[in-house]
Design a binder for this molecule. Structure first.
Ligand SMILES: Cc1ncc(COP(=O)(O)O)c(C=O)c1O
Length: 440
């Protein structure tokens, strides 16, 4: 009977089913890493310009973080999330020091999705209103609750088949594909007017919160035009809507400041984070809340929880990672950003299939479109034809550099660990240039 194994077994390289897999391709097995480089099981090295999932901010195998994890493991590996613990309290205090002034307390969680669900739960309970506004072309998670908030079509369509989506309305992002505008200010105004229309149309009293990524993450690295977030903050104040910043990707230095909101000069009411908090060495996430919301839940209690939320080993990793970011990595983001931007802009100038390059810090999107029509070559939301953007990624990997496929896959994402240096940037940009040349 053993000789009659189905063909799929021969193709299999692992008994684990990878996430985000289409089931039709080889999936690389990464077994080692150091700094910006990861190694596959054949010993091939790759510059990791995706930071795995935009999350290994400190680079791979940072010794200070690894040691902090080991020390915590040796002392006490686990303490109930219903009790206090010194490492957890120290991290909550440290987050206050680096977080926006409006933030007062932290509720820890495990993943970015769960942090967003917690933030939404807090917002709904605090305001008594049921709805949350999020934008099309956003990503907030893939659990039942967050998939309905996520604007990425593939994600929310996949989950909506299993769970009813409730209490969400979407608005359009402030990007030229959604609104005409000769200047950034005009674009900001049109996008904010549209948001106000959505708020009024949904009924302001029914809206608990607006949840948004300050710089788009996997949905494309796009930034908002000047003045947009100022209006968003004003609209939230005017209509009594809580502003929740999803800092799961933008947090912990990715965009050149501690948090994305710092790059826009706005203060959120709630803020969620995960990935970069521990450089993803250990799962840990959290929600910070402003004084009024925190005081409300301290008085009323917070009668739900999760076993692994605020895991002490994660908190130890978080404390060490924050020290690492503070000791030069955030500064490095600011120092190397111009070199990365210049390299990507040169690619945009050289190839007319590259329709737009945009980003902030070390979070950039490179979008492709047919120069004849201005439309994506293949839009995965409406077609499953072969996508040349995926070919670019494959050619780049053959040249030893990993980039991310955006959601939707009309774009790729460039997001290296924050310890990347100028030579590594030059090497990655050269690989990308040559990959675009091969794919088109
Ligand atoms: C902006 C943003 N929010 C939330 C999430 C969900 O985080 P997790 O995958 O840890 O649940 C992600 C994941 O990529 C994200 O990019």
């Amino acid at each position: 009977m053993a000789s009659e194994q189905p063909e799929i077994v021969e193709k299999r390289t692992s008994s684990a089913i990878p996430h985000w897999s289409s089931g039709d391709g080889d999936v690389t097995s990464i077994v080692d890493g150091d700094g910006v480089t990861v190694y596959d099981e054949d010993g091939n090295g790759y510059l990791d310009f995706q930071s795995q999932l935009y999350c290994v901010n400190a680079g791979h195998s940072n010794e200070r973080i690894v040691e902090a994890i080991a020390d915590q493991l040796a002392r006490i590996p686990y303490v109930s999330s219903g009790k206090h613990n010194d490492t957890r309290s120290a991290l909550a205090q440290r987050l206050l020091e680096i977080g926006p002034d409006s933030m007062a307390r932290t509720v820890f969680s495990i993943s970015g999705s769960e942090a967003n669900e917690t933030a939404v739960m807090l917002a709904r309970e605090y305001t008594g209103a049921p709805k949350v506004l999020t934008r099309w072309r956003s990503y907030h998670g893939a659990t039942y609750g967050t998939a309905s908030l996520t604007g990425d079509t593939a994600t929310h369509t996949a989950i909506e088949g299993h769970a009813a989506t409730t209490g969400n309305a979407k608005f359009l992002p402030p990007i030229p594909a959604a609104f005409d505008g000769a200047t950034g200010e005009e674009l900001a105004e049109k996008a904010a007017d549209h948001l106000e229309f959505v708020i009024r149309n949904e009924g302001p009293e029914s809206i608990a919160a607006l949840l948004t990524e300050i710089v788009a993450g996997s949905s494309g690295g796009f930034t908002a035009p000047p003045g947009y977030y100022e209006r968003v903050r004003e609209l939230c104040d005017e209509y009594d809507i809580l502003l929740i910043a999803d800092e799961v990707i933008t947090g912990f230095g990715r965009c050149g400041e501690w948090f994305g909101v710092d790059t826009e000069g706005i203060e959120p009411d709630l803020m969620t984070f995960a990935k970069g908090l521990t450089s993803s060495y250990v799962p840990l996430a959290g929600v910070m809340a402003n004084e009024e919301i925190a005081a409300h839940f301290e008085e009323e209690g917070f009668d739900v929880g999760q076993t692994f939320a605020g895991h002490p080993v994660g908190c130890a990793a978080g404390l060490a990672a924050i020290d690492v970011y503070e000791d030069g990595l955030i500064e490095n983001v600011r120092a190397v950003e111009p070199r990365l931007e210049a390299g990507l802009r040169a690619i945009e100038d050289r190839f007319d299939v590259v329709s737009s390059v945009h980003g902030r810090g070390l979070l950039w999107g490179v979008e492709f479109a047919d120069p004849e029509t201005g439309e994506p070559f293949v839009d995965p939301r409406i077609s499953d034809a072969d996508n040349p953007v995926k070919d670019v990624l494959e050619h780049a990997a053959e040249r030893g550099v990993l980039f991310g496929l955006g959601r939707p896959g009309i774009q790729l994402l460039v997001s290296p660990p924050l310890c990347v240096d100028a030579d590594e940037i030059d090497e990655a940009v050269a690989a990308l240039e040559s990959a675009v040349e091969s794919a088109f």
